[in-house]
Design a protein around this ligand. Structure first.
Ligand code: SF4
Ligand code: SF4
Length: 350
């Protein structure tokens, strides 16, 4: 019986974002039970996409008492599964997507308590169960058309799609964000909790932008930071060779900016395993190397999470199929020999 409730919950979460799908299976049920009681799962699966007050939800859930629902919804907000909006003294509630949303709020606070450790283990189990499904999906993706991620260009209207950004685009996002809140990187924190630490920085490397930043700060999941602090953190991420990934939910419930490593980030790890990462992310930009300027130092090779660069004699050469156009390699080139260019105008060689 309870499985039916959590199956409906999976459908409700997928309706908000498929960035990290909720696939009904034993591992998903175990994870979902840790963050939703059966009653909360039932409430979540009845919530309208654009949110509802407790009174409106009571109408949807015939026979439910608005006062009781209000209490449950406030508990869910404290648990990081729904977001609260307040207008004209009325509180309304929106179910958050699994990613970006619920999972981030379970880990961005950086807690090392037993429950957070248990959640990390459950997430790992679910991630394993999901991996084969995701890899099958990536392998079956068409050569052209829409994809799960895009490179460069701050296309904030691409609902629910992760976007890999270059440095300049990240700075534009920061300049236009109403609020910015920072927390611990979810993937690297999970690595620490599971005794699989990452040597890349994790503090303040995941950020929530816009109105959701205030909600997440109010509930203690993250903390508000200034634009200057955000830019400093992004500079640190750039220096550490982290890829900037932006994701939002279908109704922009939550805008998330992460600095991802290729060793712990679920999405980047999956993309790097693809035989053609550029097709998995619909890369619109690609790196080029100026043969005249390249000194053959090889420094760029170690920065690339996609193994898109190799040496031919004294020259760095990029694999156009593997390059996702993140620009992380450019940071270490001592000869200013690398440029990002639009994929369709890129020269065939290098
Ligand atoms: S070659 Fe450079 S731009 Fe392309 S994926 Fe590797 S690090 Fe990113
Ligand atoms: S870092 Fe620059 S100079 Fe060194 S191999 Fe790469 S492209 Fe050439």
């Amino acid at each position: 019986m309870t499985e039916v409730v959590y199956k409906k919950l999976a459908e409700a979460l997928n309706a908000r974002s498929m960035t990290y799908p909720s696939v009904p299976c034993d591992e998903f049920y175990a994870f979902a039970r840790e963050i939703f009681t059966p009653e909360q799962a039932e409430i979540a699966s009845n919530m309208p996409l654009n949110g509802a007050t407790s009174e409106e939800l009571a109408v949807v859930m015939k026979g439910a008492h608005a006062g009781h629902l209000e209490k449950q919804l406030e508990d869910m907000a404290r648990g990081g599964t729904v977001r609260v909006k307040e207008e004209n003294g009325k509180r309304s509630y929106e179910l958050l997507p699994l990613v970006p949303g619920i999972i981030e709020l379970q880990f961005m606070h950086g807690g090392v308590d037993e429950r957070t450790k248990r959640l990390a283990r459950l997430m790992k189990s679910y991630g394993k169960a999901l991996k084969n499904t995701m890899m099958t999906t990536l392998a079956q993706m068409p050569v052209a058309g829409t994809s799960r991620a895009r490179t460069i260009g701050v296309e904030r209207d691409i609902s629910g799609q992760p976007t890999i950004l270059a440095y300049d685009e990240v700075m534009k996002l920061i300049d236009t964000a109403e609020y910015i809140a920072a927390g611990v990187c979810v993937c690297r924190h999970q690595g620490d909790l599971l005794d699989r630490p990452c040597d890349k920085p994790k503090n303040d490397k995941c950020m929530i932008l816009g109105p959701s930043a205030r909600f997440a700060d109010d509930h203690g999941f993250v903390h508000l930071i200034s634009r200057d602090e955000a830019k400093q953190s992004i500079d640190e991420a750039e220096a550490a060779g982290l890829v900037h990934v932006y994701a939002n939910s279908q109704d922009r419930f939550i805008d998330l900016l992460c600095a991802c490593c290729g060793c712990h980030c679920f999405m980047l790890r999956g993309v790097s395993r693809s035989p053609s990462p550029s097709r998995a992310v619909l890369a619109r930009w690609v790196i080029t190397v100026d043969d005249e300027a390249c000194s053959g130092c090889g420094a760029c090779l170690d920065r690339c999470w996609m193994q898109a660069l190799h040496m031919e004699g004294d020259l760095a050469v990029r694999d156009v199929e593997r390059c996702i156009g993140c620009g992380i390699c450019m940071y270490v080139c001592p000869s200013d020999a690398m440029r990002l260019v639009r994929r369709e105008t890129a020269p065939v060689k290098s």
